[in-house]
Structure formats: structure tokens, C-alpha cells
Design a protein around this ligand. Structure first.
Ligand code: XMP
Ligand code: MG
Length: 179
């Protein structure tokens, strides 16, 4: 699997260190707020798991699945809820945990949905950001790493559902796409 990676952008140790810092910062900022932490499936599942292990405060978890790219590497611009939350968000401090922001379309749609459901506050933590891809005006409140405008895999992120289990984040070799 590692054979298919052209360049490692951040290795497992660098990611773990950053996630620890983010978790500690979020623990301070969400202390006594019992946040509803929402994992955006599937990409954010590893980040969410590592992040909440570094949050030493009371919190609740829920999961939401949103369609974005399918098997392609380009955003379709079509956003759809595949799996909705089990928990009402009304009056809650909501923390969205996202893997990566590219165009920003997915998140702007999601923030809109949660605000219309009367969340008390909506905060976004993303591990990765590709600001060059942005088509809507949106910034995360917490960002781990800013990445170049390349398609990346690992640490939850996939190409055609593979590579999610790599503990690092990297750029695929171009020949992998043409297989
Ligand atoms: P938008 O464009 O809506 O995209 O901000 C956010 C979602 O698109 C996926 N995405 C990626 N997935 N490698 C991936 O495996 C990437 O480089 C990449 N860029 C965006 C991701 O699911 C994210 O939630
Ligand atoms: Mg994907």
C-alpha cells in the first residue's frame, strides 16, 4: 500500500502530535459545554477517534454521512445526507469533526442544516485544509494542517475506498488512478 504513495506529507507521529494539540485546545474551549461532537463519515472516523481520546471533558458523539465525491477525485457539488444524526441538535453546542475541506461545499451545506435545526453554536474542526480548492467563503474554526492542492489519501481519506487505513497522509502516484 505504501508503495502507491508518491510523497508522504505528514507521517503518523506528526499527525498524532497535532491531534493531541487540537484535542487539548478543544477541551479548554468546550469545558462545561457538553458538546455534541459530530463525525462526518467516512473520512473523519480516525480523526474523530484520536481527537476525542485527547479531550478530557464530558461530551457526546454522533455520526453523519454525507455524499461528496463517490469514487471520483473531483467534487460533484451535489451534497446529500446519506445517514442523519440520531441526536437532536436544538440548543446544543455542536462540534463538526471533518477530515478535509476542499471546495467548502459539503461543510457550508452542513452548517446550514445544523443552524436551521437551531443548534446553539456550530464549530468546525478539520484536520486538513486545501484552501486553493475553495469555491465558497468558509474557514474552519480549528485546522490541523494546510495542504497543497493535491488529492491526498490516508488517515481516513480514501481513493475508491482504499488507503483509509494508512496512518499517514500522502499523495498517490499518478499511475494508481489509471489502474
Ligand atoms: P468539499 O469540496 O465539499 O469536499 O470541501 C470535502 C469532502 O471531499 C472529500 N475530499 C477528499 N477526499 N482526498 C480524499 O480522499 C482528498 O484530497 C479530498 N479532498 C476532498 C472529503 O470526503 C471531504 O469531506
Ligand atoms: Mg472519499
Amino acid at each position: 500500500m505504501l508503495n502507491d504513495i508518491q510523497e508522504v506529507l505528514y507521517d503518523a507521529e506528526q499527525i498524532q502530535q497535532k491531534v493531541k494539540e487540537l484535542g487539548e485546545q478543544l477541551s479548554r474551549d468546550f469545558n462545561d459545554r457538553n458538546p455534541l461532537v459530530i463525525c462526518i463519515l467516512k473520512g473523519a472516523f480516525i480523526f474523530m477517534a484520536d481527537l476525542v481520546k485527547n479531550m478530557d471533558i464530558p461530551l457526546e458523539l454522533d455520526f453523519m454521512a454525507i455524499s461528496s465525491y463517490g469514487a471520483s477525485t473531483k467534487s460533484s457539488g451535489v451534497v446529500k445526507i446519506i445517514k442523519d444524526l440520531d441526536t437532536p441538535v436544538e440548543g446544543r453546542d455542536v462540534l463538526i469533526v471533518e477530515d478535509i475541506i476542499d471546495s467548502g461545499l459539503t461543510l457550508s451545506y452542513l452548517i446550514d442544516v445544523l443552524e436551521r435545526r437551531n443548534a446553539k453554536s456550530v464549530t468546525v474542526a478539520t484536520l486538513f485544509d486545501k484552501p486553493a480548492g475553495r469555491t465558497v467563503d468558509l474557514e474552519a474554526d480549528y485546522t490541523g494542517f494546510t495542504l497543497p492542492d493535491a488529492f491526498v489519501v490516508g488517515y481516513g481519506l480514501d481513493y475508491a475506498e482504499r488507503y483509509r487505513n494508512l496512518p499517514l497522509i500522502g499523495i498517490l502516484k499518478p499511475e494508481v488512478y489509471s489502474k
